[in-house]
Design a protein around this ligand. Structure first.
Ligand code: AMP
Ligand code: MG
Length: 421
């Protein structure tokens, strides 16, 4: 059995960022860039009409008495049309949004500013334009106003959300170098387990850890791979473990304690997974197992044997598996662990004599301080206490951290808390 801080340090040194992978742009959606995206074009690529109207010369505006300018329409330009015809003072082009500004033109007068039924004027006719709100150069998207060819439009580390994917596409990035999504296999072990869709019979338990861990993995932006339930029997368990070892991380739940059917550590050893630690001085979560499968010339698989009891399983996921997944995803150190802070206890709590305790609580800001309200909790199998923390608006779920041997800690005391969301 090792101390919590030592166990966390072992996770941190064992996990290494996944190698970046060159992928098609859309396949990398949601992932983080491992290299900046450099534009191969200017944006806008040329001076561009930003409204439907008439491309005019600045010189024709601002000097008239009657605030009306009458111009010859020389050419019609829809988006996609180009012309080498120059627009000189006294003339203009009919132009639609997205078309390049013709040579000689400086500004766009929107179609709505045409008067006397001349808004429909095409090449060969005349248009009368009101000029009272005219500004030189108006409604033109200037070449390279947004970005220049050769400039980095997205830095390494940027997440490829919809806007970033659009920008990368505009900048000519058909492929990107990105940190692949961490693939996390989830295997629930226990001969008593039944899928959650079923009503458990006498002696049976719903596999709530499967969806719970998949949710935790999803919330980190990683990809859960649900492997379902393995019986506490060597051969099916070995086969399911072998399947899970193809992922970047394998999360097992159950079968790591001291019971007769707790086969997980032995099976993992038989599969070549090197044990890094087993059992941590911690409540809940003492039975946790952590190891690594190293392979020549391939990315290793990290393996967490989480306790079967759901609350223990979740606490261990958040304390140990979360930083490992974040490190594999090349997240900055500040994102590895759940945040910790100090809070004032609303009601008294009791520490354990032999190990640090994590107790579910509800956290609320009260002025500059944080208050921690311990929640009714029956222990490591009780998810209600953990889940009810988030059920109230303005409150966040948390865990009160009590050092071993702290005895009874009275209301009003300041304690350390972990913020879970
Ligand atoms: P174990 O760690 O296998 O000894 O399991 C401890 C407790 O957790 C037992 O009561 C199990 O039935 C329960 N348990 C194990 N796996 C799961 C699971 N996937 N979902 C819900 N409860 C579980
Ligand atoms: Mg079991």
């Amino acid at each position: 059995m090792i101390e919590l801080a030592d166990a966390l340090a072992l996770v941190e040194v064992t996990a290494e960022p996944l190698p970046p992978r060159r992928q098609r742009l859309l396949e990398a959606c949601g992932q983080r860039l491992a290299a900046p995206i450099v534009a191969d074009v200017d944006s806008p690529p040329w001076n561009r009409a930003m409204m439907d109207g008439f491309a005019v010369c600045d010189a024709d505006f601002g000097a008239t008495v009657e605030q009306m300018v009458e111009l010859d329409v020389r050419v019609d330009l829809a988006a996609g049309d180009v012309t080498s015809l120059a627009i000189r003072p006294g003339s203009c082009a009919r132009i639609m949004t997205g078309a390049p500004l013709p040579p000689g033109a400086d500004a766009i007068v929107p179609i709505e500013r045409a008067v006397d039924g001349t808004a429909g004027a095409h090449a060969g006719s005349r248009v009368r334009l009101r000029e009272e709100t005219f500004r030189p150069g108006q409604h033109v998207g200037r070449r390279a106003a947004a970005f220049q060819a050769g400039s980095a439009v997205l830095p390494a580390g940027a997440r490829l959300d919809a806007a970033a994917v659009g920008l990368a596409a505009e900048a000519g990035a058909t492929h990107v170098l990105a940190i692949p999504r961490v693939r996390v296999a989830i295997l629930s072990t226990g001969s008593e387990l039944v899928p959650c869709e079923e009503t458990p019979g006498y002696g049976q338990t719903r596999n709530s850890n499967g969806p719970m861990l998949a949710a935790g993995v999803t919330q980190l932006g990683a990809e859960p791979i649900l492997l379902g339930i393995a019986l506490d029997s060597p051969e099916p368990l070995r086969a399911a473990v072998a399947q899970g070892l193809a992922a970047d991380v394998l999360l097992l739940s159950g079968g790591v304690s001291a019971g007769d059917r707790d086969l997980v550590p032995g099976i993992l050893a038989a599969c070549g997974v090197e044990r890094v630690f087993h059992k941590v001085r911690l409540k809940p979560g003492k039975p946790i197992w952590f190891g690594i499968l190293r392979r020549p010339a391939a990315v290793p698989t990290l393996v967490f044997g989480l306790p079967g009891n759901p609350a223990s399983s979740l606490v261990c996921f958040e304390l140990f598996a979360r930083p490992a997944i974040q490190i594999l995803a090349a997240r900055p150190r500040a994102d590895w662990h759940l945040l910790r802070t100090r809070a004032l206890l609303v009601a008294s709590v009791k520490a354990a004599a032999d190990r640090p305790v994590f107790l579910p609580c509800r956290l609320r800001p009260v002025g500059p301080q944080m208050e921690a309200e311990p929640l009714p909790w029956t222990g490591s199998s009780d998810l209600l206490g953990l889940a009810s923390a988030a059920a109230i608006a303005g409150a966040s779920p948390g865990l009160i951290v009590l050092p071993a041997g702290a005895g009874r800690v009275e209301a009003g005391s300041e304690v350390e808390v972990v913020i879970r969301g």
